[in-house]
Design a binder for this molecule. Structure first.
Ligand SMILES: N[C@@H](CCC(=O)N[C@@H](CS)C(=O)NCC(=O)O)C(=O)O
Length: 198
């Protein structure tokens, strides 16, 4: 199996972390910048986005949630889906704003950026309880999404996240598997497979 991803993509990081926690050491990693429109990526995903998983039988799956589900098929209960839904919306709102600001060069006052960031600010005090030591997937996913917000918009995170959330995220970002999957670590290491992330 092969995963197309990028060093900086939080969606790719979800898939890498999921595979790492599952011990899928043979999963091959190809790092690629989707914003350069690489033909190799567009040949696999005509929408030009990462992450993309190519299964051993040649099926192509794009969308991080579906890739994570494929890596470990399991039924989630309502409480778990509720956390996954919150984490997904938090990440999507964060990345939508960041993309408009940093990729499209829009002003922070752009109404769509404001809409996304106000939604994040409203949602943060209502975040599900987060436990840095938890290894259940909804908790790990929530941690990665909260950490992405903290990295992209630290002032919003510190102003609106509850104290317990901030403490747990601070502990989470020190965990080895989180340090090893941050953008700088991946860029430095360029792991060829999940097993190369040590
Ligand atoms: N909903 C998708 C979002 C994937 C996504 O937005 N990927 C970004 C990188 S973080 C990308 O490929 N951007 C290039 C583009 O949108 O053209 C998922 O969960 O996989």
């Amino acid at each position: 199996m092969q995963l197309y991803t990028s060093n900086a993509s939080p969606y790719g990081r979800l898939c890498i972390t999921r595979a790492w926690l599952l011990g899928r050491n043979d999963l091959q990693l190809t790092f690629i910048d989707p914003w350069q429109n690489p033909p190799e990526l567009e040949a696999q995903n005509p929408f030009g986005q990462i992450p993309v998983l190519i299964t051993d039988s040649g099926e192509v799956i794009y969308n991080s949630l579906l890739i994570c589900q494929y890596l470990a098929p399991q039924t989630s209960n309502a409480a778990e889906l509720s956390i996954i839904g919150y984490a997904t919306a938090l990440l999507d709102n964060t990345i939508n704003a960041f993309r408009l600001e940093k990729k499209a060069g829009e002003n922070r006052e752009h109404f769509l950026i404001q809409r996304n960031l106000k939604a994040v600010a409203r949602a943060l005090p209502l975040a599900p309880a987060f436990h840095a030591a938890g290894r259940e997937w909804p908790q790990v996913m929530l941690g990665i999404c909260l950490l992405t917000l903290k990295l992209r918009y630290p002032e919003i995170f510190s102003a609106h996240a509850r104290a317990d959330t901030q403490q747990a995220v601070a502990a989470f970002e020190q965990l080895p598997f989180i340090r090893q999957t941050n953008p700088e670590a991946l860029e430095a290491c360029q792991p060829a497979t999940i097993g190369d992330i040590v």
